[in-house]
Design a protein around this ligand. Structure first.
Ligand code: NCD
Length: 305
C-alpha cells in the first residue's frame, strides 16, 4: 500500500534512518525500565508468529504494553485458521482490520514483503525464513552503540551465515558504519554470494575464514549465531556442522580487553556457560535492548512522536 511504512529488510535503510531510531530508543529506554508512559494508548499491535519465538514476541509485547498500547496474539498457527489452510494473504486482510500494526514471523523468505502488499497497516518483519530480521539488527546496533562504538568496528560474524537471517540483516547495516567484517563459518554455511557482492559493492572490507581461533584476538565484537537446524533440508547435513564452534572461557585468553560477545539467542552450545560471567558477555543485555528499540519503532510507525 503506497505511503505506508513497513519494516521488511535492512537493505534499503540509510545510516540516517538507523541513527534516528537509535536516538529514539535511547530517549525511550527509561520506559523499558521503571518509568511508565501512555504514549501508545488506544493502539493495538497484532503478533502473528508462524515460527517459534521468545525474545522477539515478548519484547514487542513488552514494548507495546509499557507504552500503554494493547496486544492481540494469534497464539500459534496450530490454534488459528492457518491450521485450516487459510492463506497468509487472507489472514493479513483480516487482522489489519483489528490492529494498527502487525508483527509477522514466517518460515518463508519473502513472506513479509508479500504480506505488506495486502496490508492496510504497517507490517514489521520479525524474521522471514532465512531472509531478514531487521528489528533484531536495530537492537544489535543499539547494543553496540550502548556498550562500545559503532564507527569503524572490527567485527566477526560467526556460525551459520547461510541460513542465519540476523547476520544477513546485520551485515547490510554494518556496511553503513565503515565496519571491517570477518565472516567465520564452515564452508557449507558461508554467507550467500549475492549478499557478499552487495557488501563489496558498498566498499567495505570483508574476509572469510573457517577458523574462529584465528580471529578471536583481533576483533572488537564477536557476533555468534546458532546453526539453524530447522532450515537444513537434510538432518545428516546438519549433523556435519552441529557444534563446530564453541566459545569457552579458555578461548578468551588473549582477546582484546574491550571485546564484546553478542548472540541473538537462543544459544544451543555455541557459547559455554562459563563465558556468561566474563565482562565480554553482552547477550543478555542485548536481549533487554530489544524493548527500547521496539518501543522506538512502534512509536515512530504509529506516529506518536
Ligand atoms: C533469531 C531468529 O529467530 O532468527 N532469534 C531471535 O529473534 N532473537 C536467531 C535464531 O533463531 O537463531
Amino acid at each position: 500500500m503506497p505511503g505506508l511504512r513497513h519494516i521488511i529488510s535492512m537493505k534499503e535503510l540509510s545510516r540516517e534512518d538507523i541513527e534516528r531510531i537509535l536516538e529514539k530508543a535511547r530517549e525511550l529506554e527509561r520506559f523499558a525500565r521503571k518509568e511508565r508512559s501512555n504514549m501508545l494508548e488506544g493502539s493495538v499491535l497484532a503478533t502473528l508468529f508462524y515460527e517459534p519465538s521468545t525474545r522477539t514476541r515478548l519484547s514487542f509485547e513488552t514494548a507495546m504494553k509499557r507504552l500503554g498500547g494493547e496486544v492481540i496474539d494469534m497464539v500459534s498457527k496450530e490454534v488459528s485458521s492457518a491450521a485450516k489452510g487459510e492463506s497468509l494473504a487472507d489472514t493479513i486482510r483480516v487482522v489489519d482490520k483489528y490492529a494498527d500494526v502487525i508483527v509477522l514471523r514466517h518460515p518463508k523468505e519473502g513472506s513479509a514483503r508479500m504480506a505488506a502488499e495486502f496490508s492496510s497497516v504497517p507490517i514489521i518483519n520479525a524474521g522471514d525464513g532465512a531472509g531478514h530480521h531487521p528489528t533484531q539488527t536495530r537492537l544489535d546496533l543499539y547494543t553496540i552503540m550502548r556498550v562500545s562504538c559503532l564507527e569503524g568496528l572490527n567485527i566477526a560474524l560467526a556460525g551459520d551465515l547461510k541460513y542465519g537471517r540476523t547476520v544477513h540483516s546485520l551485515a547490510y547495516a554494518l556496511s553503513l558504519f565503515g565496519a571491517n567484517i570477518t565472516l567465520v563459518s564452515p564452508k557449507q554455511l558461508r554467507i550467500p554470494e549475492f549478499i557478499k557482492s552487495d557488501l563489496r559493492a558498498r566498499g567495505i572490507g570483508i574476509r572469510e575464514t573457517e577458523s574462529l581461533e584465528s580471529v578471536m584476538n583481533e576483533v572488537d565484537v564477536l557476533y555468534v549465531t546458532r546453526i539453524q537446524r530447522e532450515r537444513f533440508p537434510d538432518h545428516e547435513e546438519y549433523m556435519k556442522v552441529a557444534g563446530v564452534y564453541r566459545i569457552t572461557g579458555k578461548l578468551l585468553d588473549g582477546v582484546r580487553d574491550n571485546l564484546i560477545i553478542m548472540h541473538p539467542l537462543p544459544r544451543i552450545d555455541e557459547i559455554a556457560p562459563d563465558v556468561d560471567r566474563t565482562k565480554h558477555a553482552k547477550y543478555f543485555e542485548q536481549a533487554f535492548y530489544g524493548v527500547p528499540v521496539r518501543m522506538a519503532l512502534l512509536s515512530m510507525l504509529l506516529e506518536a512522536e
